[in-house]
Design a protein around this ligand. Sequence first.
Ligand SMILES: Nc1ncnc2c1ncn2[C@@H]1O[C@H](COP(=O)(O)OP(=O)(O)O)[C@@H](O)[C@H]1O
Ligand SMILES: Cc1ncc(C[n+]2csc(CCOP(=O)(O)OP(=O)(O)O)c2C)c(N)n1
Ligand SMILES: [Mg+2]
Length: 360
Amino acid sequence: MASLEFDLIDRYFKEPFGPLLASHATRVPLGIGDDCAMLNPDPGHTLFVSTDTLVSGVHFYPDVAPQDLGWKALAVNLSDLAASGAEPLGFTLALSLPALDPAWLHHFSDGLLRIAQTHRCPLVGGDTTKTNLPGGLSITVTVFGQAPALHSGFPRSSAVEGHRLWAQGLPGLARIGLLLEADQRGLYDTVAMQPDSAVWTALKAGMPQAVRLRACQQLNCPQPQIQLGLQLRNLAAACLDTSDGLSGDVAHIAQASQVAVLIKESALLDAWHRAFPEWIGQLNLNERQWLLDCALTGGDDYGLCFTAAPTADVALRQLSGPHALFELGMVTAGQGVWLQSQGDASLNPVPLVKRSYTHF
Ligand SMILES: Nc1ncnc2c1ncn2[C@@H]1O[C@H](COP(=O)(O)OP(=O)(O)O)[C@@H](O)[C@H]1O
Ligand SMILES: Cc1ncc(C[n+]2csc(CCOP(=O)(O)OP(=O)(O)O)c2C)c(N)n1
Ligand SMILES: [Mg+2]
């Protein structure tokens, strides 16, 4: 590697992240600058590893603020640690850049450092290459975490009949952010799932500024739920973070555990109502149904969704306020994900078509 790359790595990654790395000297005895980093989990702890890539044009618009992109690249990975109940140890960063843009790198490094400091997760190494694809920016983060050896890691296969289904955050909020961002760029049609945009047009016209801001914030700067993941260690069974869309993500639990999972429409609408009472209160039936579709199938939220035995109810209700945790449904015998419609007295669940985000 030539010296220009060394300069780039020193200036934007080694130096700014140095103090954070130094404060983790016991857990990371070797960091940036050697062939490998060394990780040293606490005694009696198990190592957790996860990796996620963000690709320009697929996961973000090329003109997104570089600070936000730095934040999001680590956030989506920390979110996987949260969903496993693991505590961050450090991360690596693999960057493929179409060009060397110092201002862009400065802001990217800034956003990345802010979230790394927030979650005490040092950058321990990485790789930097040029890509010859114009605009082919790609960012891969691999995150390492730890948990006491006895901790299960909340495997998706551990849901059982009789568990309740819990969710955190506001499913669908990031999808609204994506639609707003797409709209601004004249790209609504490329991300719309519903063929008819009339409902969106009406919804958008009446959408308060506070909703717009929170939705774009959720899309661009998701908050990984590390603290909640740790608090769930003795309470949750199967857990995941919602990246592709709630119904498709929950289907992974149903499939891995060979159970059916029932989602209550009313629980989703109530969560939206608690967050934005005035706005939701004035929506018509079509608009509520449209919002529900967003909540069930929109991705990018990075909230936690998990099953837990009813014996955990009291403890989970105590946690619920600060984390925006709510009961979303239940686990029953059977297969797949089912939707209990609002006001359906016959309790006749409707199978959900799996319409979450898929890459291919
Ligand atoms: N190219 C790959 N090679 C090996 N394992 C993979 C690959 N891509 C995804 N996986 C694994 O498949 C599972 C599902 O991946 P993914 O949907 O990306 O999960 P997540 O939403 O948690 O990021 C994970 O356990 C992940 O490690
Ligand atoms: C420009 C743009 N178009 C579309 C989307 C929507 N989107 C892209 S990837 C994705 C799913 C999450 O990404 P993935 O790589 O599947 O994450 P993982 O499940 O591996 O964590 C979503 C909802 C977006 N965020 N930005
Ligand atoms: Mg992934």
